[in-house]
Ligand binder design. Structure first.
Ligand SMILES: Cc1cc2nc3c(=O)[nH]c(=O)nc-3n(C[C@H](O)[C@H](O)[C@H](O)COP(=O)(O)OP(=O)(O)OC[C@H]3O[C@@H](n4cnc5c(N)ncnc54)[C@H](O)[C@@H]3O)c2cc1C
Ligand code: SF4
Length: 340
């Protein structure tokens, strides 16, 4: 067993940080959670229902938060500096305190791509162009959908993903299935609306995802159009005009919509890159933190005592993130039990 109580700093209290914290607490450690936001939960706290079972996000979050309640959690706290000592790391916190720790777990998650950078899609220019995050917020609070009862809604896949010009060549992995989930939810809300998904490829790799896609077509009549949207404009009545090339039929498509939803992708969190560089932890070419080994040591960094969990290493679903957080907690436990 561990012969002294090491200090473990967990940076980020999204689901990765919360799950790792409760696992470490169950193993007898006293981790410290450091969260820059005023609340815990990360992105999942912004979502309404989760694929693949339409589970309310709070059903996942509430037990996680309750079980991590005994863990010391510093909210509204950032790290001003992080220094590597011989076997330890010294974190200077934004409130001036310092925390000397023997292990650091990055659970800093991801950022959503800023859709206004793709000017051709009109986010921030046209009122009725929103993002996947805006739509989740509407499902949560029912304020300001920009239109009362939409009769035609479109979803654009791969916004800021698989796009070298946008600086992110990777697939964000969760946004095809999120688009299908949100398209179904719009049909449930507005059964008379025509709903279109404009996609390049459908990447539906997870358990039950294909069933979701089949239901979207068979039970909800959602139209899937394979082709990149080339142009978005605004009609005189404020509706959104979308032009695309249907690459399956080879014909150009033009539709006028009441609402257009952009599936903004998952990009790296620059804070994580910054901290990693300060202590000599490797960052991958895609900007996410680089695991020691992408097969056998995904939760371990290039440096002893520094571990990763969740979307700080790349796009992850909720079950993948939770599984990684448990694995990271065990890797930390193993680290303290085997080092000399
Ligand atoms: C639109 C959308 C919908 C999704 N819907 C689903 C779904 O239905 N089902 C599903 O399985 N997955 C879904 N996902 C994926 C899911 O959001 C992720 O799996 C999950 O958020 C990853 O959790 P995380 O803790 O790794 O990161 P995050 O949720 O990003 O949490 C990171 C935490 O770290 C904190 N942090 C960041 N930087 C610092 C810092 N410098 N100092 C201190 N704290 C910091 C943040 O404030 C945040 O609390 C969706 C993703 C998107 C984009
Ligand atoms: S998951 Fe789908 S929408 Fe998201 S980047 Fe990959 S192909 Fe594009």
């Amino acid at each position: 067993m561990v012969n002294r109580q090491p200090v473990i700093a967990i940076i980020g209290a999204g689901i990765a940080g919360l799950e790792a914290a409760r696992q470490l607490a169950a193993l007898g450690y006293k981790p410290v959670l450091i969260e820059k936001a005023p609340v815990v939960g990360g992105h999942v706290a912004e979502w309404n229902r989760l694929f693949p079972d339409m589970t309310p996000a709070e059903d996942i979050l509430k037990p996680l938060i309750a079980q991590a309640a005994q863990v010391q959690t510093l909210l509204d706290t950032e790290i001003s500096a992080i220094n590597r000592l011989k076997d330890e790391y010294n974190l200077i916190l934004s409130d001036g305190r310092s925390l000397l720790c023997q292990a650091v777990l990055f659970a800093t998650g991801f950022h959503l791509f800023d859709a206004s950078r793709k000017e051709e899609y009109g986010y921030g220019i046209y009122d009725r162009v929103i993002t996947n995050r805006d739509l989740e917020q509407w499902f949560n609070n029912r304020h300001d959908l920009r239109v009362d009862k939409p009769k035609a809604v479109g979803f654009v896949h791969c916004v800021g993903s698989r796009d070298l010009k946008a600086g992110n060549s990777q697939c964000s992995k969760v946004c095809c299935i999120t688009a299908i989930k949100q398209a179904i939810e719009m049909k449930e809300e507005f059964p008379d609306a025509e709903v279109y998904c404009f996609y390049m490829d459908l990447r539906l790799f997870g358990k039950k995802y294909e069933d979701f896609y089949i239901r979207a077509q068979r039970d909800f009549g959602i139209h899937f159009i394979r082709g990149r949207v080339s142009e978005v404009g605004e009609a005189i009545d404020g509706r959104v005009v979308v032009k695309a090339e249907d690459t399956l039929s080879g014909k150009p498509v033009k539709v006028t919509l009441d609402l257009l939803v952009l599936m903004a992708g998952i990009v790296c969190n620059p804070d994580a890159q910054h901290y990693a560089r300060e202590i000599g932890v490797a960052v991958d070419e895609d900007g996410f933190l680089k695991s020691r080994d992408n097969l056998a040591a995904i939760t371990q960094s290039s440096r002893p005592g520094v571990f990763f969990a969740g979307a700080c290493t790349g796009a992850k679903t909720v079950p993948e993130t939770l599984a990684e957080a448990r694995s990271a907690a065990l890797a930390i436990h193993h680290y303290f039990n085997t080092r000399k």
